[in-house]
Design a protein around this ligand. Structure first.
Ligand code: PBG
Length: 326
């Protein structure tokens, strides 16, 4: 009987060997926590479609930010849920708007101990729920939207965001925001560009989290899930316009896109494990159909393995805490 010449199993035979040869690691610093803050809320409001995630009050947001920092997370990404909506999403640019107030609160609370990021997009603030302003025919008007993004970006930088996350998929958004930040003296405020953002059913639970006013869809500005080459074009444009880091979103259904982007990007690459990815695992776990903690770690490791330097995940604090005690 011939013995196998090659035995890959040899390096799997003890925990220490497996640890020694692991190609991918997952540390608290890789994780970014998306957080929701609701204007005027007296108590945190649970989000039914995202068990364990809440719309924060100003106060609970500060506390959760401190917890995340203590767990060692790499950053926080803030989303606002306003009480006032209008056609241009004017609360987004108002220094007293919910998101700008929250940014100021969190920056005052944790300073530079973590990276504070802001969603630079209008969908949370418009009465029609689109990521931009509409033209006379009801279409999203790219260039009119850019002018609003410029104001919103400056307001967010002034409120204390370290990194802005333009997520609206308007053409030219990174360049316009960079120019506006520089002109206002915010040369050190960076841009984490949503480079490849696909129209996705996986955003479903998020719509509930931000009480989205949208009735239609975002197919004229977010990308078609059939495409990958298009993401490389979006990447080239974002880099040319001055993106400091880039993002692919959603994560799990787009790992091939993430890999393609990571192979050529010369800036850090982030991936966003979105609300639907979170909700699926929580729901299956609640039914006893899947082992929750192992599944969560497996997905995050897969996203890192596919090329993400940074992973946005609603489990950031929990996983960071778990990793820190390992
Ligand atoms: C738009 C935005 C969305 C998400 C993040 N930013 C929703 C959308 O594009 O419809 C989704 C995040 C998630 O599902 O977790 N501002």
């Amino acid at each position: 009987m011939a013995f196998p010449t090659h035995r890959p199993r040899r390096l799997r035979s003890t925990p220490a060997l497996r640890r020694l040869v692991a190609e991918t690691d997952l540390r608290p610093r890789h994780l970014v926590l998306p957080m929701f803050v609701k204007e005027g809320a007296a108590e945190p409001v649970p989000i039914a479609s995202m068990p364990g995630v809440v719309q924060h009050t100003r106060d609970s947001l500060r506390k959760a930010a401190v917890e995340a920092v203590q767990a060692g997370v790499g950053g926080l990404m803030l989303f606002g849920v306003p009480t006032r909506y209008d056609a241009t999403g004017s609360a987004a640019c108002d220094p007293d708007g919910v998101l700008n107030v929250a940014l100021r609160d969190v920056r005052a609370e944790v300073g530079d101990a973590t990276v504070i990021m802001a969603d630079t997009c209008l969908d949370e603030f418009t009465d029609h729920g689109h990521c931009g302003v509409l033209d006379a025919e009801g279409r999203v008007d790219n260039d009119a939207t850019l002018a609003v993004y410029a104001d919103m970006a400056v307001a967010q930088a002034e409120a204390g965001a370290h990194l802005l996350g333009p997520s609206g998929m308007m053409d030219g958004q990174v360049g316009v925001i960079r120019e506006a930040l520089d002109a206002a003296g915010h040369v050190d405020t960076g841009i984490l560009a949503y480079t490849a953002k696909y129209t996705s059913a996986f955003y479903g639970p998020f719509r509930q989290a931000v009480e989205s006013q949208l009735t239609g869809d975002r197919k004229t500005y977010q990308q078609d899930g059939a495409n990958v080459r298009e993401s490389l074009r979006e990447l080239a444009l974002d880099l040319e316009e001055g993106a400091d880091a880039v993002m692919v979103k959603p994560a799990m259904a787009y790992l091939d896109v993430l890999r393609a982007v990571a192979e050529v990007a010369d800036v850090p690459v982030a991936a966003y494990q979105v609300s639907g990815e979170y909700a699926m695992i929580e729901a299956a776990a609640a039914n006893g159909w899947i082992e929750r903690d192992r599944t969560v770690l497996e997905t995050l490791t897969a996203i890192r393995r596919a090329g993400a330097d940074i992973v946005l995940t609603y489990w950031a604090t929990e996983v960071a805490t778990r990793l820190a005690t390992e």
